[in-house]
Design a protein around this ligand. Structure first.
Ligand SMILES: C[S@@+](CC[C@H](N)C(=O)[O-])C[C@H]1O[C@@H](n2cnc3c(N)ncnc32)[C@H](O)[C@@H]1O
Length: 339
């Protein structure tokens, strides 16, 4: 790499702080200026909307790419980032895994190369995830802890599968809150799993294993999990893969076991759909739209699930108040039980 392109930590942090502050301004001030009562064709013509859409696309692009982007920052440390330990007991990689096309063909979230391209991808994703929800950034942990708490409030699962665990942000609250349970996190991304397993070792967690497995077809034995979860997985997949995942969850759950997905699904009005479908294009997440249009209740019933609930999820205090004005994802909790 050309030395002039090397960015020190201070310059990198300053640029990232600037991006985050602008994103916060976008989230509150610019979003609230959009006229929600207008027809969407009319909103699209306004300067405020064009500015809103441009900033959404390019703040995210600037966050990952270019001179001060997260991708550049971690890639200039490529040599320092260790390769995965081959045989650690909390990490099981599969060098022969076949990555699906929907996974490799898109730079998801505008992350150059996505989550599988090189060994820094886990670090890049971890850094990016610190500001996925800009208002929650000071307490971003909240989201996954709230999710775990909402499940543990009504059960005491002993064996848990976190599908698409990434670098373990969704898995950590489970292994921390129920040390007596056995937790498995699966994902396609070797760099994310490697980072997740090293965080678990630092946490001295002995009840978690990370495995490189496709959630569509896991090879786990039938009827062995009390709980199967995912957070922010389904909207990244084409409909056929979503059906495969739900069907796979049904197969590996014990009778009476629970499946819970936290994702972006309920879009109760025209304006919310318009903003979310625009986000899908602007953030390189093409399957958000087909997922939001799927009849998930119908699929769950056909596959034999019961006690189905699909409801808005409060990712931070007060966000479900009808008066709440800032931009947010349509967080939705999809839960069902195997009969
Ligand atoms: C937005 S991330 C969410 C990660 C984590 N659950 C969280 O909440 O931080 C989506 C994850 O899904 C994984 N993924 C996508 N398709 C998958 C599949 N078919 N099987 C397993 N993991 C998959 C990606 O590698 C990525 O880590």
């Amino acid at each position: 790499m050309n030395r002039s392109a090397i960015i020190n930590k201070r310059a990198f942090s300053a640029a990232q702080d600037f991006i985050l502050s602008t994103k916060t301004f976008w989230t509150i001030e610019i979003f609230s200026q959009l006229d929600k009562e207008k027809q969407t064709e009319e909103i699209e013509k306004t300067t405020t909307y064009k500015f809103f859409a441009w900033l959404e696309r390019h703040l995210q692009r600037y966050k990952y790419s270019g001179r001060y982007g997260i991708y550049n920052f971690y890639n200039q440390q490529h040599e320092k980032i260790k390769s995965p330990p081959k045989n650690h007991k909390n990490l099981k990689l599969d060098p022969s895994i076949k990555l699906p096309k929907y996974y490799t063909q898109i730079d998801i979230h505008q992350h150059p190369g996505g989550l599988s391209k090189d060994k820094t991808a886990g670090y890049v994703y971890e850094h990016g995830a610190r500001s996925t929800t800009p208002l929650g950034v000071r307490n971003h942990q909240d989201l996954h802890h709230r999710f775990t708490n909402s499940i543990l409030a009504s059960g005491n699962p002993k064996k848990i599968l976190d599908m698409a665990c990434g670098f373990g942000k969704s898995t950590q609250p489970f292994y921390k809150k129920i040390p007596e349970a056995k937790i498995i996190g699966i994902d396609l991304s070797e760099p994310c799993l490697t980072l997740g397993s090293s965080i678990a070792r630092k946490d001295q967690a002995s009840n978690v294993t990370y495995m490189q497995v496709n959630a569509e077809k896991t090879n786990f034995k039938n009827k062995q999990f009390d709980l199967v979860t995912s957070t922010m997985l389904l909207h990244e997949l084409p409909p056929k893969s979503i059906k495969n995942i739900i069907s796979e969850a049904h197969r590996i759950l014990k009778p009476g076991g629970k499946m819970v997905h936290l994702d972006f699904y309920l879009l109760p009005d025209r304006f919310k759909r318009f903003i979310h479908f625009g986000h899908s294009k602007r953030n390189n997440e093409p399957y958000m739209v087909s997922f939001a249009k799927m009849d998930i209740t119908g699929i769950l019933k056909t596959l034999g699930f019961s006690n189905i609930t699909i409801e808005p999820f409060e990712e931070a205090d007060g966000v479900l108040d009808p008066e709440y004005q800032a931009w947010r994802f349509p967080w939705t909790l999809i839960s069902a039980e195997k009969q």
